[in-house]
Design a protein around this ligand. Sequence first.
Ligand SMILES: *Cc1c(COP(=O)(O)O)cnc(C)c1O
Length: 452
Amino acid sequence: MGNNSWEARADEYSLYGFTDLPSVHERGAVVVTHGEGPYVFDTKGRKYLDSNSGLWNMVAGFDHPGLIKAAQDQYARFPGYHAFFGRMSDQTVLLSEKLVEVSPFDRGRVFYTNSGSEANDTMVKILWFLHQAEGKPQKRKILTRQNAYHGVTAVSASMTGKPYNSVFGLPLPGFLHLSCPHYWRNGKPGETEEQFTARMAAELEATIIKEGADTIAGFFAEPVMGAGGVIPPSKGYFQAVAPILKKYGIPFIADEVICGFGRTGNTWGSQTYDFMPDAIISSKNITAGFFPMGAVILGPDLADRVQAASEAIEEFPHGFTASGHPVGCAIALKAIDVVMNEGLADNVVRLAPRLEAGLAEIAKNPNIGELRGVGYMWALEAVADRATKTPFASTLSVSERIANTCTDLGLICRPLGQSVVLCPPFILTEGQMDEMFEKLDKALKKVFAEVA
Ligand SMILES: *Cc1c(COP(=O)(O)O)cnc(C)c1O
């Protein structure tokens, strides 16, 4: 790494988030300059197939002409405004209408943020505000699940069920984590998947009774856990938990930041898993990654109650400077159109079985314990021993090695625990999919030969 190289300069002045520092010090950061379709290029001219769509979000690839034009046109027309004091841009009005139209709700209201974390944070504040306005100031606890990923702000990190947040002294008090509904990993010997789901539901009800329903503000869940390791719910999970939440008057919020807009093969993950939430959190795909944006989409009941609570004090005292930014809204309008009407969502539906079949072939490797996922989001979990599901020693950094070996072969994929995540852009062609399979298979064989 020459002193004046891009890697050295990145290393000297940037604080990397979620990065394995030993490996980046040894290998140098990949400094990326531009992209073409699902590929990105680095400062050395190397080309990588990004099988993670950036961070799940660049679903239309890295150079979509329609999205670039939507951004350029809106910058030329009106490059920025806020949504405070009774003013908002025309693009914001249009996007709220569109989001309610494509949501599973008949009616609703939308609030904008700059990220998924802020959208979850905003939703928690909405619930606290609402319950307090309705005479239940003690109804403040938030229920999520272990392995859930809801973001990194102090509140959304408290909702995230990952052990790394303990280094910040998080979670904050009042954030409770239920068990992760991952049958393969957490099922007991002899327990059927149905019995496992029933146990998850019983745990939820026991927690509500123990804590008191009147102390619980809401339950948040990703339809498929994303950053926790691509974990689809156990069979019947949402059908089992939804009636319990309803029975105790606990709002059910679907964090659709990854699943929303086509990732699971339907517009919403809640459609794929057949449940009706009270509100939806959206971000990532909402702008196909071309602008930072998040949205809280309230269904009719919560929308009416928040509106009434706001009327009572004459305002909803919350908002970000860039909430409902006109350029972001114009891009989101275009991104939703591109995904839903220009064949991207159809691609996912058409090619998901091919993606699954190709990965299933790779997963025959005896060091792959589980292939899991749906639509265009999958993970392969590495194991030292398949029969006992024993992981590799963490000192071997197996998933880091797999991801680094893939990078050397020109494939970007993400290590997550002992798993490797594949969540390609929706524009991926069959030929590009085969390139991904071939490079991944090669990397896995190489790494397992070294460590097994
Ligand atoms: C990425 C993610 C978030 C956080 O979004 P940021 O834009 O990174 O703040 C929240 N929830 C889920 C499910 C996510 O995948």
